[in-house]
Structure formats: structure tokens, C-alpha cells
Design a binder for this molecule. Structure first.
Ligand SMILES: Cc1cc2nc3c(=O)[nH]c(=O)nc-3n(C[C@H](O)[C@H](O)[C@H](O)COP(=O)(O)OP(=O)(O)OC[C@H]3O[C@@H](n4cnc5c(N)ncnc54)[C@H](O)[C@@H]3O)c2cc1C
Length: 158
């Protein structure tokens, strides 16, 4: 493999979904706090962040406060706040609203959002430029090949 085909990193995160993005942000913050300058590379197989994410979601927001403590909450692209829940039975002939709602299924206080939009926000937001994305599919194919090679011939003995 020539040098031109090599991308070096200390930490490789595969997938730019909520988990990969949150991991990158948290890791970048932690490394910064510790004064470490490790490279973090996040690769995503979609043509852009969010493009392979299922669209709808009801989201618990607490985690965003701990993940992005400096970010103004209203900047996060949530849609409506859930104010009430109801359970509706659907049938071929119509619907029937139950007179109660299972408490543990309550979403009151959570927010509806497009998870793709939230991911795009997470990808753009950090000032922490220690991480990058590889979105180009050709490069992606190459990276997958490279990861496979590394797995077959690990540089660090395991
Ligand atoms: C129908 C449905 C409804 C849901 N509703 C809700 C909800 O209302 N509220 C809620 O909180 N959760 C909901 N969830 C769950 C939520 O979508 C997941 O918990 C969340 O998306 C998981 O995030 P993730 O980053 O682990 O994985 P994913 O969201 O699956 O993201 C994985 C990312 O990795 C990329 N990827 C995969 N393989 C590779 C590879 N080999 N190389 C590079 N990139 C790769 C994908 O393109 C994708 O971008 C729902 C899930 C489903 C299926």
C-alpha cells in the first residue's frame, strides 16, 4: 500500500449515527481536557451525515445537556415538545382511543425530531476539529479495504 493510500488515525469510529457522533464529541472533549492530541477519524458510509438515518424520533433531551454543555439548547433542531400522550387502537374500521396511557410509555416532556437533522447538527456543531468525516464512497471503499487489511495484519499484536 502506498503512502497516498494511507489515512492515519489514533482512533477510528465507524458510523456517523447518534452513537458514533456522540462518541466522537465526548472523546474529543475528554482528550482536550487531558491535553492529549490524538486524531479521531469517523467514517460514514452514507453520502452525507444523516442520509442513512431513520427519519422520525421522539428524543429524550437530557443527554444533549451533558454531551454539549456549552450549546444553547434551542439551537438543536428539535421539532415539537410532546405535551400529552394517548394510546389509540387502530383497526380496519377505525380507531379507538383508550381511556388511559401506559405510564412507562409516556413521552411527555420529550421532543420530536428528525434524527437525520439532529445528526447533521451534531456533525457540524463542534469547534473540536480533531475529527473528520470521510463521505466519498470511493474513499469509503478504500477505507473498508484498509480496515480489512489491518484486521488481517494488525500493526499492534493482539
Ligand atoms: C423504526 C425505528 C423507530 C425508532 N424510533 C426512535 C425514537 O422515537 N426515539 C429514539 O430515541 N430512538 C428511536 N429509534 C432508535 C434509534 O434510531 C437508534 O437507537 C439510533 O439510531 C442508534 O444510533 P446508532 O448511531 O447506534 O446507529 P444508527 O442510527 O443505525 O447509525 C449508524 C450509522 O453508521 C453508518 N454505518 C453503518 N455501517 C457502516 C460501515 N460499515 N461503515 C461506515 N458507516 C457505517 C450508517 O450509515 C449510519 O449512519 C428507532 C429505531 C427504529 C428502527
Amino acid at each position: 500500500m502506498s503512502n497516498a493510500d494511507t489515512v492515519s488515525t489514533d482512533i477510528l469510529i465507524i458510523g456517523g449515527g447518534p452513537s458514533g457522533l456522540a462518541t466522537s464529541i465526548h472523546l474529543a472533549d475528554t482528550l482536550k481536557q487531558k491535553g492529549l492530541n490524538h486524531r479521531i477519524l469517523l467514517i460514514e458510509k452514507g453520502s452525507s451525515i444523516g442520509s442513512h438515518i431513520l427519519s422520525g424520533a421522539v428524543i429524550k433531551t437530557d443527554v444533549f445537556k451533558s454531551l454539549l454543555p456549552d450549546v444553547d439548547f434551542t439551537e438543536i433542531p428539535f421539532n415539537a415538545k410532546v405535551v400529552t400522550d394517548s394510546t389509540v387502537l387502530l383497526s380496519e374500521n377505525g380507531s379507538f382511543k383508550l381511556p388511559f396511557h401506559v405510564p412507562y410509555m409516556s413521552n411527555a416532556g420529550n421532543y420530536t425530531a428528525s434524527l437525520g437533522q439532529v445528526c447533521r447538527f451534531l456533525a457540524k456543531k463542534p469547534k473540536r476539529k480533531v475529527w473528520k468525516f470521510i463521505l466519498d464512497s470511493q474513499l469509503m471503499k478504500f477505507c473498508i479495504k484498509m480496515v480489512k487489511l489491518l484486521v488481517q495484519k494488525p500493526l499492534i499484536p493482539v
